[in-house]
Design a protein around this ligand. Structure first.
Ligand code: BES
Ligand code: MN
Ligand code: ZN
Length: 471
């Protein structure tokens, strides 16, 4: 998509551009007006006084979706009318607003049609947006950056959406290499033999039921001299639940159980593309969780890379197992900070619905910083506690720890149990750590003007956070 800033007013737009007119009519109102060969698409934005950054994000997407629905590849917009119309947005800089607009134009223009036959008249995506208003080098830069971010989010969505039959641990590792092609990012892929040598018993345990071999991919971007930020992403390429097989109603979208991995891969690629000044390492432990005849069993005890033993009470709580080994592996990079990203629990969805990922950390300052990056980027997060009170729930009976509490209280606070399990490994790191349970944001929610399927969270949050990290 091309985004061009032009001096002057919307009235000057050439005829082939459909003009987008934002009005204070009710949100969602849409009307096409044709006059003298000029098409104007009126969009209601609700009361200007009620506009805020969150609504602005959805509005930018609504503009592109309306244009797509109208089959208008070229649109024009009075961009400098936006701050005037949305006085409440004035707390954000014009650069921030421009970046957000570009990000969300790109995100709304995306559809996962890799596996669809192209219609005779092509896909109805937007090819060009003319923004009428004052330009400046910093605004141009913000728009380009926003587009770059939007494209990375979309690449993440493509990877996450790709069916489980096509994305295996091996092809996920290939996708990581592909994502950073031409960028200064070093990629290393550990295979099963390497894992055995290292003693990654948790990751190996999860992988046992599948004929697909596990992989562990390491992406290294050196943007500065300081200690790196390590990101670890859950890469379960299909989560059948294993022997604790999921019911039909829960198994369908489980090819997206590598969404954390996809976001980490594309966040590292994006950090390199934007030449961020921080060093970032991406860790992608990957396995397929299947109920094969060699599958790990409920009751099995795994020896993790950390040396801690883990009792498997439920083979469907596999994400925390593969991440445990990744958190231990993170140590060797002497990180400044570790964040793991995972579609870890349905319980996070029960707790938060579809609009925020769960954030779990013992570090209040870090929680604050991640929350702020979430708010500013549109990848919203909400914190859940990781208090000592919860820790007994993951203490093991016959091993050091267990992967779920088991018993009658097992279904309470599942997102916290996931975080508390990971904390048992993260506490060995000599740096702050946070866990993002992105299960609520695995797929786009109704009303957010994004195509069905993967939402691409939290790529936007991660780059914004990395950029602002100064500790
Ligand atoms: N990948 C799932 C969690 C999930 C569910 C993500 C729905 C996105 C949408 C995870 O591996 C899982 O199965 N979690 C279990 C944990 C339970 C066994 C303690 C769950 O949520 O039921
Ligand atoms: Mn599972
Ligand atoms: Zn899973």
């Amino acid at each position: 998509m091309k985004i061009v800033v032009k001096k002057g007013s919307l009235a000057d737009a050439p005829k082939e551009y459909v003009r987008i007119a934002l009005t204070e009519k009710p949100k969602g109102m849409k009307r096409l007006v044709k006059e003298g060969g000029v098409e104007t698409l009126e969009l209601g934005v609700g009361k200007a006084s009620e506009m805020n950054l969150r609504r602005f994000i959805v509005l930018c997407r609504a503009i592109v979706s309306a244009a797509k629905a109208n089959k208008s590849p070229k649109i024009a917009l009075q961009f400098d009318r936006m701050p005037e119309l949305f006085k409440n947005l004035k707390t954000a800089t014009p650069e921030h607003i421009s970046q957000l607009a570009a990000e969300n134009f790109e995100m709304a223009n995306f559809e996962f049609n890799l596996f669809k036959t192209k219609p005779k008249d092509g896909w109805h995506s937007v090819e060009e947006i003319l923004l009428y208003g004052k330009s400046s080098p910093s605004i141009e830069k913000a728009l380009l950056k926003g587009q770059e971010i939007g494209r990375a989010v979309n690449a993440c969505r493509t990877l996450a959406n790709t069916p489980g039959g096509d994305i295996t641990p091996t092809t996920l590792a290939k996708a990581a290499k592909e994502a950073v092609k031409g960028l200064p990012v070093k990629v290393t892929v550990l295979g099963k033999k390497d894992m055995e040598k290292l003693g990654m018993g948790a990751l190996l345990g999860v992988a046992k039921g599948s004929t697909e071999a596990p992989t562990f991919t390491i992406l290294e971007y050196k943007g500065g001299e300081g200690a790196p930020i390590v990101l670890a992403g859950k890469g379960v390429t299909f989560d059948s639940g294993g022997l604790n097989l999921k019911p039909s109603s829960s198994i369908y979208e489980m090819h997206m159980d590598m969404s954390g991995a996809a976001s980490v891969i594309h966040a590292v690629a994006l950090a390199a593309r934007l030449k961020l000044k921080q060093s970032v390492v991406g860790l992608v432990p990957s396995a397929e969780n299947m109920p094969g005849n060699n599958a790990y069993r409920p009751g099995d005890i795994l020896k993790s890379l950390s040396g801690k033993t883990i009792e498997v009470l439920d083979t469907d709580a596999e994400g925390r197992l593969i991440l445990a080994d990744a958190l231990t592996y993170a140590k060797r990079f002497k990180p400044a900070l570790v964040i793991d990203v995972a579609t870890l629990t349905g319980a996070a969805i029960s707790a938060l619905g579809l609009h925020a990922s769960a954030l779990l950390t013992r570090d209040d300052a870090l929680a604050e910083e991640i929350s702020r990056a979430g708010e500013a980027s549109g990848d919203y997060v909400w914190r859940l506690p990781l208090w000592d009170e919860y820790e007994d729930r993951v203490k093991g009976e016959f091993a050091d720890i267990k992967n779920v509490p088991g018993g009658s209280t097992s279904r309470y606070g599942g997102a916290i149990d996931g975080g508390m399990f990971l904390w048992q490994f993260a506490k060995e790191l000599a740096c702050p750590w946070a866990h993002l349970d992105i299960a609520p944001r695995m797929t786009a929610a109704p009303g957010e003007e994004l195509a069905k399927g993967a939402a691409g969270a939290p790529v936007r949050l991660l780059v914004r956070f990395i950029e602002q990290w100064t500790r």
